[in-house]
Each structure stands twice: as C-alpha cells, then as structure tokens.
Design a protein around this ligand. Structure first.
Ligand code: G6P
Length: 611
C-alpha cells in the first residue's frame, strides 16, 4: 500500500525513480510523485498513474543525483495533485514520502496550526513534514535529530524517506510497520518498499526493522534506532531474478501469473517432497513440529484471498490431522478480545507478508504465548520475521493485484502441512499420506492441461461479460473455491459476485436466481457430488444459467448445465488447486472484455499495510 523508491549516488536519479515507481505501482496507483535535488528541490506530482506523471514531467528539469519517488494508495484525502507525495514542509526545508498512517495526525496538526503552520493538503504526511521542520528550526538540531524526535511523537505506521534541503548529502529513511529495504551499490544506495525496483541494480540489501532509522550518504550508511542506539546492518542477498518481475510477452501480469502456476506450484513443493514421493519435509517447521503434533487447536489468520486459502486449510487439517481449526480475519481477530491459549498454534497466511491486520493479529497471539507460523510469499517481509517458524510459498513475485499463483502456492503449503501433520499424528495412514503426495506432485501437469482450455473460458466470458451479478456455489473443499472465484470476478471486473456454500443457496441467494443470473457451480466428483447435482437442478428449475466446473468426462452435469469447464480428476482435497484455474481465467477474460485494468483494479492495492 503506497510504493516508495529513493536513490542517492553518482547516477542521475530520475530514470531509477520512474522505473522504480512503475515496478511499485501495484502497491497503489491513485497518484505519483518525484522530488529531485540538484541544488534546489524540484517536486513533480500528479493524480493518476505513473505514466501520467511521466507525461507531466516530460519537459521539466529532471537532473539530480539524489531523489525520492512515491506511488500512492489514498488514506487521508482524496487522490489529487495536492495530496500526492512527496510533501514539502512549509519553509521547504524537508521533503517527505510516506507509506502508512499517522494515527495522531489531527492532534499534531492542530498544534502546528496554533504555531502558525498552514497546510496545503489533507494528508497526515504533510503534518509529519511540518513537525520535523518545526523541531529542526525551533530546536536548532540536525535533520537526523529532528526526524528522530518527530518520530518519537508519532503514533502509527510509517515507511519514510526524507530529504533535507540544508543537508543534501543524505537520505533519511525510517520504518515502523510499513516495509523498507535498502539496496547497496558501489558508492550508491537505493531505498524501496520492496526489492522489485532494486533488483536490476544490486542483490545486496538490508531490510529495515521497526523503529530503525537509516542515515544514508552515497558512500556510507548509518543505522540506528529512533532512540539513537547504534545498530549493525544485516546485509542479505536477494534470490529474485529480474525476469520474474517482467511480463515476458503476456498482455498482463495476471495472465502471466495464472499461466505460471504449473511452475510456481512445482517451486512450492520442490525440495520439500522426497524424490521418491515417500515423505514431506518442511525445514522451516522442524523446530515447532512437536508442538504442532500436540496442538489442541490451530487458528489460521489471514485476509482476502489468503483467508480463502486458510479456509481450505481448515478442511485439510481437520480431515487429515484431526485438530480443530478456526479461520479468522486478521482485522476481526485483533479487536474482538479473542481467547488465545499458550498451546495454540497460529498459522498466518499472507502473500505480501506485510498485511497490517494480519501482522497485528500475530503480535496479539505472540503476546498471549501462542506459537506462530507464517506462510508467506515475499522473502524477508515482516510476517516471516515476526513469526516463530514458517514456510515460504516460493511462488515468485506476484505483481497482479488480484492474487492467483500465490493462492495455489498457499494451498499447496497448507496441504503439505496437513498431510505431514496427519501422518505424524497417525490420523492419516501411510498409504493415504503417499497418495496425497502423489496427487500433489501431479497437480502441475493437470493444471497445464486445464490451461489448454483457455479458448473455451474466453468464449464463455464473451457470453456473460455484460451480466451484472454472478453467484458461485461449492460444497466442502470447493466452498472456499466458490468464495475465491467470486472475489476474483468482483475485484477485477467490478461485477457483483457472491460465493456461497451450495446448500445455503436455499437460505437466501435462490431468491436472486432468474434467467439473467449466471451461477458458477464447482462440482467435481466427491462425496457430495449427488447433493450438488440437486443444487444444479434447483438453479435450472428457476431458469438460472449454470456454468459448472466438473471432473473430466462428467456426463451427468453436462446434461444439465449450460456450460461445463472440465478439470482432471483428483483426490477431493486437491480439487481446490485445479478448480480455481478456470475461475481465474473466466474472471480475467471478462475483466479484459469490459475494458478493466486487470493488473491494477480500481481502489485496490496489493499490499495492505494500513488497517
Ligand atoms: C489485498 C490484495 C489481495 C490479498 C489481500 C491479503 O486485498 O489485493 O490479493 O489477498 O490483500 O494480502 P496478503 O498479502 O496478506 O496475502
């Protein structure tokens, strides 16, 4: 949520900043801005996309070897030129970019107004810029001290990069809550919200921790806490490859990421499933496995698509390992005084590893003494660093805002955890355990087969692209898939869609069904097949349009439904990984046909670092 990029060194900063903003645009795209210092500070900012900013800047002075850039997801104040970052302080001493929310900004603002400050924007960031400046001028202190003192008065979350006009040899970066990573080059440094703008220049990085402040000169970096304690920077090597963050010939990142799934799922289980398929080994869970085996309860915490993966996890863990599981939204869990026992295991699922509500829920669980496991995609992000143990999903960077390959990677990880746990607890027999492993290993090739039906999904999209409502139904393992299918459609095409457990249809949604309502039914062969066939008949009796996702060769549903989308046969617990693919592609094609920006849907952001 909001992307930050900054540069200091011997190169011209502008190309680095503008390319960085394009890489970060998935984090927010309400407005974008850049500040460059070349003896004076030039600030350029524009409502809209990074490309709008680029057009605006075309004939301007873009020289400068130090600069900061920002792409915004609006929190305080509507997206317009004034509210766009960077924000400069009243006397022009400081220029600030910020990701996060300053919660006590209105109190700070009132105080600054009473001391003569006037504000140009409605943002909390401008308050911070002016607070730093006020302390700097009144206290006659250095920029660094002014920043640290200001931050000690701030309640909330921030990732910040600051330039001080009087001290133009440095960037000051600070982090609390919102992620920041520093790239180390030869006589130069890069700062960004994530590694994607940095990867083409250097692989050596430092992830800032909460309450860290970095004072960055082109050939020197000092790391300390807000309270002025010196810290030793921990340099890490990025494993990400530049090709992973480019479209590679696909029209959209989302399409590329959907088609990547055979590979990304293979990457998820690579090295974790023995070559002879005899066992699963999750290195990141070794230390906590004894606790997991003894757990009386597991709580899964997540948001958005990751929550749907968590719901699949509930079905998997309860079935394989016979441990009760609760699935919680981070935002609800953190505020409802939940009961947490010391022997609870909490599994936090998050693609970005930065979701503010999930992070806060983790901290709550940790304070209560629970053991917390992270299932995250972004290496080095906050959640893996806050948790006791974890499993990376290794899906590679996911740039499309609507999650696709991260979901299937999360479900793959949870399937491995559930199967391993079940086997260790003796609730899953050796042959069942090995069967699940074999089924998992077969998933990539089965998805490859399903992806070959893309033309059919395209044709069906063509027929229903103008509908205004959709219902998605599923039972058992396929209920979370119904939720995910509906979420995908509404996120990127702005069509209203609801996911329901198929049997719940009779308790409300059936009232909506008429000849205009497409009902997507996920109905592969499992023990509730007969029941869902009845549900399809109930929809047809009310003239609803049935689009059914079925097991290859199914003739019964084919005889009833308006359209069938086939997926290869599988174990019922593996079916979510296969059945979600046609739903991802159906949503994708409908959104493209409606002229929507599928990679950057309106109002959404990939990484929700504010609550
Ligand atoms: C946002 C994204 C979703 C994602 C959700 C949770 O809403 O647009 O795609 O599922 O956040 O994010 P996380 O990074 O925690 O999985």
């Amino acid at each position: 949520m909001c992307g930050i990029v900054a540069y200091i060194g011997n190169k011209e900063a502008y190309p680095i900043l503008i390319n960085g903003l394009k890489r970060l645009e998935y984090r927010g795209y309400d407005s974008a801005g850049i500040a460059l210092f070349n003896g004076k500070t030039n600030i350029f900012k524009r409502k809209g996309k990074v490309s709008d900013l680029e057009d605006f800047i075309a004939d301007k002075d873009i020289t400068g070897k130090i600069g900061i850039g920002h792409t915004r997801w609006a929190t305080h104040g509507e997206p317009n030129n004034e509210n766009a970052h960077p924000h400069s302080s009243q006397e022009g001493k400081f220029v600030v970019i910020h990701n996060g929310i300053i919660e006590n900004y209105s109190r700070l603002k009132r105080r600054l107004i009473s001391r003569g400050y006037k504000f140009k924007s409605e943002t909390d960031t401008e308050v911070l810029a002016n607070l730093i400046e006020y302390i700097y001028i009144k206290g006659k202190v250095s920029a660094e001290i002014a920043v640290r003192l200001a931050l000690s008065k701030v309640v909330g979350a921030y990732g910040l990069v600051i330039i001080c006009k009087d001290e133009p040899d440095k960037l000051i970066a600070a982090r609390k809550g919102s992620p920041l990573v520093i790239g180390i080059g030869e006589g130069e440094y890069y700062v960004a919200s994530d590694a994607t703008p940095i990867i083409e220049y250097t692989k050596s990085v430092i992830y800032l921790n909460n309450d860290n402040v970095a004072i960055i000169r082109k050939d020197e970096l000092t790391l300390k806490t807000v309270m002025n304690d010196m810290l030793e920077p921990e340099i890490q090597e990025l494993t990400m490859d530049i090709g992973e963050i480019e479209k590679n010939g696909y029209e959209h990142f989302m399409l590329k990421e959907i088609f990547e799934q055979p590979r990304s799922i293979t990457d998820t289980f690579r090295g974790r499933i023995a070559l002879d398929h005899s066992e699963i080994r999750l290195g990141g869970l070794l230390d906590v496995m004894p606790k997991l085996e003894q757990a009386k309860r597991i709580i899964i915490i997540a948001c958005g698509t990751s929550w749907h993966a968590g719901l699949v996890g509930e079905y998997l863990i309860e079935e394989f390992a016979r441990i009760p599981v609760e699935v919680e939204y981070g935002s609800e869990f953190r505020y409802r005084h939940p009961i947490i026992y010391k022997d609870d295991i909490v599994i936090a699922i998050s693609q970005s590893g930065e979701t503010a509500d999930t992070l806060a829920a983790i901290n709550l669980a940790k304070e209560a003494g629970a053991t917390v496991i992270g299932v995250c995609n972004v290496v080095g992000s906050s959640i893996p660093r806050e948790t006791h143990a974890g499993v990376y999903t290794h899906a590679g960077p996911e740039i499309g805002v609507a999650s696709t390959k991260a979901f299937t990677a999360q479900v793959t990880v949870i399937t491995m955890i559930a199967a391993q746990l079940g086997y260790k607890r003796g609730t899953l027999s050796k042959s069942e355990y090995r069967n699940i492993i074999k089924e998992l290993v077969d998933v990539p090739q089965k998805i490859t087969k399903t992806l070959k039906s893309n033309n059919l999904f395209h044709k069906i999209a063509e027929l229903y692209k103008d509908k205004t409502n959709f219902i998605y139904l599923g039972r058992g393992y396929l209920f979370p898939v119904a939720l995910e299918g509906a979420l995908k459609l509404k996120e990127i095409s702005y069509i209203h869609a609801e996911g329901y457990p198929a049997a719940e249809m009779k308790h409300g949604p059936i009232a909506l069904i008429d000849q205009n309502m497409p009902v997507v039914v996920i109905a592969t062969k499992d023990e509730s097949y007969e029941k869902i066939v009845s549900n399809i008949q109930e929809v047809k009796a009310r003239k609803g349009i049935v689009i059914a996702v079925v097991t290859e060769g199914d003739t019964i549903i084919k005889g009833m439904a308006d359209h069938v989308l086939e997926v290869p046969e599988s174990h019922k617990a593996i079916a979510p990984l296969l059945t979600v693919i046609p739903l991802q592609l159906l949503s994708y094609h409908i959104a493209v046909m409606r002229g929507c920006n599928v990679d950057q849907p309106r109002n959404l952001a990939k990484s929700v670092t504010v609550e």
